[in-house]
Design a protein around this ligand. Sequence first.
Ligand SMILES: *Cc1c(COP(=O)(O)O)cnc(C)c1O
Length: 375
Amino acid sequence: MVDLFGQYRKIRTEIDRAMQQVIESSAFIKGPEVKAFEQELARYMNAKNVISCGNGTDALQISLMALGLKPGDEVITPAFTFGATVEVIALLGMKPVFADVDPGTFNMDLNSLERAITSKTRAIIPVHLFGQCADLDRIMKLAKIHGLYVIEDAAQAISADYRPEGLAIKKAGTIGHIGCTSFFPSKNLGCFGDGGAIFTDDDDLAQDLSAITTHGMYVKYYQDLIGVNSRLDSIQAAVLRVKLRHIDEYAGLRRKAADYYDNTLRDLQGLGLPSRVSYGTHVFHQYTIKLDGIDRTKFRDYLKSKGIPTMIYYPVPLHLQKAFQYLGYRKGDLPVSEMLSESVVSLPMHTELNEEQLEYITGNIIEFIKGNHEK
Ligand SMILES: *Cc1c(COP(=O)(O)O)cnc(C)c1O
């Protein structure tokens, strides 16, 4: 699914030198590398404040804490996403409320979101799933009408452009009140361990977010808030500084692979290709197709027998996960999320896919579909 070693090999000298420098400096935590990375990322994203932290899940949790949300407050998030988003809402004693998603873009459905808003709703966490932005223009308008915070989960969409008609171009993660991202190794900007970051244009909020990452201390050893310990270490920051210089090139390589899949798989019966929104770019964290009338297990087994990995992101929508049964949702409540969980398959997608590999993958998919229809 990914080729992290292949990517490392091409920038080995730069990465090795950067890591070596951190080791020799011995400034492993809160060193100058972390500051420099935050500044460089802020410049790239055109974000006023970047606060690094331990991982993407912490970024979401710290954001909810900084906004002063209370137990019992409702936070709306899509049902078709990775569970980190909803877990942190529940951990803080708030109530996760699920919205359904659009079957074409996999992102939050605006009608479903609107129906989920109650007098207890305090925030919306849209997820920019698989690499393109949710419909933030409409989400921000809804949020404004109802007085809600918007925390973008941009863990899969760092470097994606958001450019609705008539508005300035922004980067995913810099549109809501707060944006969160992850530097997990397989993410579009990945380090060699765990890492995450929070974005905000609000300077006061940035101070609170930063304090919460370090035990609620604005000044060392004076605890003003209840915080956590969540930090990016200097070795990860050094790796990320090198990779940040390649981020647009990496997005271009992913898009090129996606174009190849689009062009080759377009007219196949029973395959639904991912749609691209008009108001932004897609950075293809995943290339996810939908099967219609094709047995998913057989499809995956066939490709596996040819040495081609596939994955199901995500096999169970969040409202039907065991851990969230207490919320009282039932099968049928969020039909699009349920349909997607049963029909999606993600194909190999990374920066090192070459034409020969893409031809081999798509050739085998075509073979399978042909055989499937002849039977
Ligand atoms: C990866 C991911 C996260 C969590 O990031 P970690 O760094 O693994 O904690 C949250 N939300 C989404 C949508 C993700 O893909």
